[in-house]
Design a binder for this molecule. Structure first.
Ligand SMILES: O=C(O)C1=C[C@@H](OP(=O)(O)O)[C@@H](O)[C@H](O)C1
Ligand SMILES: C=C(OP(=O)(O)O)C(=O)O
Length: 432
């Protein structure tokens, strides 16, 4: 019953059951292509996420002269190495992807390339100074016509010097951009965070042979190195699984098993929240000495209660907060989400967007400067919801349709393909 663009979710209320392999992790997929492109030689990637954001990353590195062949979720990157990249003859378009744009700024800053980087109308509003300011301190050269330093931006690759950088915000994109610039700079770069953000860059740079070390909240990278081509296996994306995990937790009679899902501790905040709110979970970790931890997770419904979500937990579940807000509408008591002001500068202002849309369904939810307060449990009713062109909002609306009395219509649901192609097929398969 879907119309892509404006989708009507006439999915019947009822439990979700079955086994699911969610698509590959978005953060890890981006990095696998980027690092494969920096290294000279051939890197093979399996389990790659063929979502719009990661396809933007593939397109951009092809435009820099790297040979990238994709067959479904298998990707082969054959690169002459960063020193031999070419100036592109078009602007590099990161589409909707903040990760692509920000990591690319760090990579190109110390490369031999001059290029313009742009994005879609949502990305062109997102802050870039958080990356260009520290990179400029390292000697990077950026030009933009926009007073607020947003895309489009032109970067002229140049010789960089190292930096000791204390991060003012918890952001893996900022941390990664600086580490990737530090990798080609002269000297040793140290990035220190207040709260540890996802560490996929650190883990994968090590897999590609880089000299990089983490201790406490600091990461050190030696400049002037080369990467060595290697093979990467991408686990399922826990941020995508989170939508069905929350559905399974809040709909009576549900039981869903997620196979081969990423369990990197910097990403498993959703599991901590589901446990603390009362959902039934079982987790079987598969070991991985190098690379990314993964495993099997089963989520079953149970009576849920409210909790406070803030502090160090926030970077470990930042992209899951829209669906966690929906979950909280079904939990007993008042859930408080705080320290999450970063949600205001994602694909849309996710604090205002989540509150506006969940209110349309009858939820008791209020925005605060750095989060939301949600009181439950509240029965929800169908309504017309907007995705704001934001994939996480679109998926939150679709999951809501599983518990509303009456249909949910989603305006502009095509954006879900940014991170979860096949989302509706998976939703239907778990309903049978
Ligand atoms: O590094 C990454 O792959 C990402 C980091 C996070 O953004 P911030 O670095 O802005 O927190 C996250 O929201 C985004 O979906 C992916
Ligand atoms: C914020 C997100 O991604 P990005 O910053 O890469 O656009 C996301 O996937 O929710």
């Amino acid at each position: 019953m879907e119309k892509i663009g404006g989708i009507t979710c006439s999915i019947e209320k009822g439990p979700l059951q079955g086994v699911l392999q969610v698509p590959g992790d978005k953060s890890i997929s981006h990095r696998s292509v980027m690092f494969g492109a920096i290294a000279e030689g051939t890197s093979k990637i399996s389990g790659f996420l063929a979502g719009e954001d990661c396809l933007s990353t593939i397109r951009i590195f092809s435009q820099l002269g790297v040979d990238i062949q994709r067959n479904g979720t298998d990707v082969i990157v054959t690169s002459p190495g960063i020193a031999s990249w070419e100036n592109p003859d078009v602007a590099l378009d990161a589409g909707n992807s903040g990760t692509t744009a920000r990591l690319l700024l760090g990579i190109l800053a110390g490369s031999p390339v001059t290029a313009e980087i742009t994005g879609d109308r949502y990305l062109c509003k997102r802050p870039m100074r958080r990356v260009t300011d520290p990179l400029s301190e390292m000697g990077a050269s950026f030009t933009t016509d926009n007073e607020d330093g947003t895309l489009p931006l032109t970067v002229k690759g140049t010789k960089l010097s190292s930096i000791l950088y204390k991060m003012p915000i918890a952001s893996a994109q900022v941390k990664s951009a600086i580490l990737l610039a530090g990798f080609s700079a002269e000297g040793t770069t140290v990035v220190t965070e207040k709260t540890t953000s996802r560490d996929h860059t650190e883990r994968m740079l090590q897999q590609f042979g880089a000299d990089i070390e983490s201790y406490g909240n600091s990461v050190t990278i030696r400049g002037g190195q080369n990467l060595h081509a290697t093979d990467v296996t991408v686990p399922g994306d826990i941020s995508s699984a989170a939508f069905f995990m929350c559905a399974a937790a809040m709909i009576d009679g549900s039981s869903v098993t997620f196979e081969n899902v990423g369990l990197n501790p910097t990403r498993t905040g959703i599991i901590d929240v589901l446990k603390e709110m009362g959902a039934r979970l079982s987790i079987e970790k598969k070991s991985s000495d190098k690379g990314e931890p993964f495993g099997e997770v089963t989520v079953e419904a149970n009576k849920l209660h409210a909790m406070e979500i803030g502090g160090d937990l926030i970077p470990r579940l930042i992209d899951e907060l829209p669906v966690i807000a929906l979950l909280a509408t079904q939990a007993e008591g008042t859930t408080i989400i705080k320290d999450a002001e970063e949600l205001r500068v994602k694909e849309t202002d996710r604090i205002e967007a989540v509150c506006t849309e969940l209110k349309k369904l009858g939820a008791a939810i209020e925005s605060t400067h750095d989060g939301m307060r949600i009181t439950g449990p509240t029965p929800l009713k169908g309504a017309m919801l907007s995705s704001y062109g934001d994939h996480r909002l679109g998926m939150m609306a679709a999951i809501a349709s599983l518990i509303t009395e009456g249909a949910v219509e989603i305006e502009d649901a095509g954006c879900i393909d940014v991170s979860y192609p096949g989302f509706f097929d998976h939703l239907h398969s778990l309903k049978q």
